[in-house]
Design a protein around this ligand. Structure first.
Ligand code: GTP
Length: 644
């Protein structure tokens, strides 16, 4: 009797809270049979390959039909062989008499995409901490462990690549037990390549991952943890349903964005988006929102989706996602006025899919109208630019990446120009104030963590000291591996420190870093001139004591890449405040006989082909004074400039 009363109470609440249309469909998903988890690991430890095997083993995809790393579906991910976006996939796994729904999120490994990892973790209850049994704990294994640990997520330590002859799973298990305090019986050993241990891993996920704590009888509340603009349709948001039901044609609101819209479609990622009737509490899937105004929706990630009729003040939304620290800034412009609108819309759409990018208009610039974009690192910037080109057909002009500096202004009229601020942040070299107006300069520093086998210790200490490190501290994490921590200027880290470390240690050392504030520095702005015309893209701020070597490096790269023209090109690096020349170089003029060869003796067809190529090429040229520079030269010099 008591039981019946309780049941009828629940039913009454249910009928009040949930619209009738939902009532009919609300009893399908049992949240106790749902497991939500992510795979996190250091770069290249095999996350995407393991995701493939899990999808195959559960019959979500057919074995051997798809290429490798199915969840890396962006063109840039396929080309570069790295994951840059987290991807969700829903699988079904039978254990005993029950069928479980497993929602997997594959995350990127590179440090520049750590924001993707941290925001994915808000939608799940557990992680597979994947470690290459050949390499053992690496710097980001530690970083990722703490991301999960701080959120109280269940951690399943998983050793991968046990098929390799060089694998040392016993030793890696010992390392992980010592460093993370894990127990022997927690470890699962797999080979994502060979498919070994996958069933055991699936069973462990079901047994150890707690089902999501959800409230299916309460009004709709869903966390948006990713978003994408889908041409002509609206936004596809990845959602975790915390309470209630989300279904097609439902009228919903977004809490932070303060917009109301209709749900056009809901579905699951299997792993391609597949429409379903509704999503219920505990499920991870997507909602296609029928809202097409880009400018209304800037920060979908971390937003809360709820029913149109729910009152805002009676509702507890998810707290906003912490803003990631942007480490690198670059100007993005177009020299074709006709392309301004399309570039603007491409940046807005791409930012919806990558909310870690900071966008600010930057129009008072010699390059015309544009934006100052903030990224989490140089690779992040490169990937964003490549995606702009590949996914939106844009071809923007990009300035040399720069870290943000700070400047304390002298206490006089200058402060007025900066709205009363005495300390200002400089994100573009072109905005550095005149030196006589500056009291002090500051540059950003990071706390670096490097993990390496013992034999490379001296090489690493040497390398970090060349990059202006301080406060080095060495501690052993096992008998054979060391952890080195030190403070380094961010500007030294973004110029390919990670690659230099890999080269110096045959790929055996790994690196991670976190922001640790600003320190005083002696800085200058350097401009580069071609026959006295400034190349705005390449202005840079650097340490005064480093300026000679940096300028020489840039001048040599410019001389190497700028194509010869009919006249000599003089290249100069000058201190912008005083016009003092720091370094010089030149590009010789084309020899006369080369012209004759080019223009004199070519046939009619070849000549018209050349003219057509010239017309097409004009779009890809940038004029500095009367000097024609192909845009690819900017990319080449930019790449060379960000490596030492
Ligand atoms: P990022 O997302 O870019 O960090 O990489 P990832 O962690 O997703 O690694 P990915 O799956 O791309 O694998 C990296 C490399 O390791 C690829 O060449 C894989 O073929 C290889 N690999 C992955 N798992 C195994 C394994 O179990 N055994 C062996 N021998 N190789 C593996």
């Amino acid at each position: 009797m008591l039981f019946l009363t309780k049941v009828s109470e629940k039913v009454v609440r249910f009928i009040i809270d949930v619209p009738n249309q939902q009532l009919r469909r609300c009893c399908h998903v049992d949240a106790s049979l749902i497991r939500n988890f992510a795979i996190i690991a250091h770069v290249d430890h095999g996350k995407s390959t393991l995701a493939d095997r899990l999808l195959e083993e559960t019959g979500t995809i057919k074995r051997g039909v798809h290429g490798e790393r199915l969840l890396d579906n962006l063109e840039v991910e396929k080309q570069r062989g790295i994951t840059v976006k987290s991807q969700t996939a829903t699988m079904r796994h039978k254990m005993g008499k029950r069928e479980y729904t497993l929602n997997l999120i594959d995350t990127p490994g590179h440090i520049d995409f750590n924001f993707e990892v941290s925001r994915s973790l808000s939608a799940i209850q557990a992680v597979l901490l994947l470690v290459d049994a050949n390499e053992g704990i690496q710097a980001q294994t530690i970083g990722n462990f703490f991301l999960a640990f701080e959120r109280n997520l269940v951690i399943i330590p998983t050793l991968n690549k046990i098929d390799l002859k060089t694998a040392i799973p016993d030793l890696v298990t010992k390392q992980m037990k010592e460093v993370f305090g894990m127990r022997d019986d927690e470890f699962i050993r797999v080979s994502a390549k060979a498919g070994t241990g996958i069933q055991e891993l699936l069973d462990a996920i079901v047994e150890r991952v707690p089902p999501p704590q959800v409230k299916r009888l309460e009004p709709l509340k869903a966390l948006v943890f990713d978003s994408q603009f889908v041409g002509g349709k609206g936004y596809r948001c990845s959602v975790f349903i915390h309470a209630g039901v989300l279904s097609k044609n439902q009228d919903v609101q977004l809490y932070n964005s303060e917009i109301s819209c209709q749900v056009r479609e809901v579905g699951l990622f299997s792993p391609d988006p597949k429409e379903c009737e509704q999503l219920e509490a505990g499920q991870v899937g997507y909602a296609l929102l029928n809202h097409k105004k880009l400018e209304d929706v800037k920060h979908l990630v971390g937003d809360t989706l709820f029913h149109k009729d729910t009152k805002r003040d009676s509702f507890e939304a998810y707290s906003k996602v912490a803003t990631p620290q942007r480490m690198v800034f670059a100007g993005v412009f177009t020299d074709q006025l006709s392309e301004l609108d399309s570039l603007s819309s491409a940046i807005e759409k791409l930012c919806l899919n990558d909310s870690s990018v900071l966008v600010a208009k930057d129009s008072n610039h010699a390059l015309g109208q544009g934006w100052r974009l903030g990224f989490l690192g140089v690779l992040h910037m490169e990937i964003f630019m490549q995606r702009l080109e590949q996914e939106f057909g844009a071809s923007p002009v990009v300035t040399l990446p720069s870290v943000p500096y700070r400047v304390k202004l002298k206490y006089d009229k200058q402060i007025k120009e900066h709205r009363g601020q005495q300390v200002i942040e400089i994100r573009s070299p072109l905005k550095l104030p005149y030196h006589l107006h500056v009291d002090k300069y500051y540059e950003p520093f990071v706390q670096a963590t490097i993990i390496s086998p013992m034999e490379h210790l001296d090489t690493i200490l040497n390398l970090v000291s060349m990059r202006r490190s301080s406060g080095e501290n060495v501690s052993s994490i096992t008998d054979t591996r060391y952890m080195i921590t030190c403070k380094m200027p961010l500007a030294e880290v973004i110029t390919d420190f990670n690659d230099a470390l890999k080269r110096a240690t045959s790929g055996l050392a790994s690196f991670d870093y976190e922001d640790c504030g600003f320190e005083e520095a002696d800085l200058v702005r350097i401009d580069f001139l071609l026959n006295k015309h400034m190349i705005d893209e390449f202005s840079m701020i650097c340490q005064r004591e480093m300026m000679h070597s940096k300028c020489r490096h840039m001048i040599d790269r410019l001389a190497e890449h700028i194509p010869k023209q009919q006249f000599e090109i003089k290249i100069q690096a000058v201190i912008s405040d005083t016009s003092t020349v720091v370094a010089k170089g030149k590009v010789n003029a084309l020899r006369k006989d080369v012209f004759r060869k080019l223009h004199g003796s070519i046939g009619v067809e070849r000549r018209s082909a050349l003219l057509k190529a010239q017309a097409d090429g004009k779009k890809r040229l940038r004029m500095v004074g009367n000097i024609q520079i192909p845009k690819k030269v900017f990319v080449q010099v930019m790449k060379a400039a960000t490596s030492k």
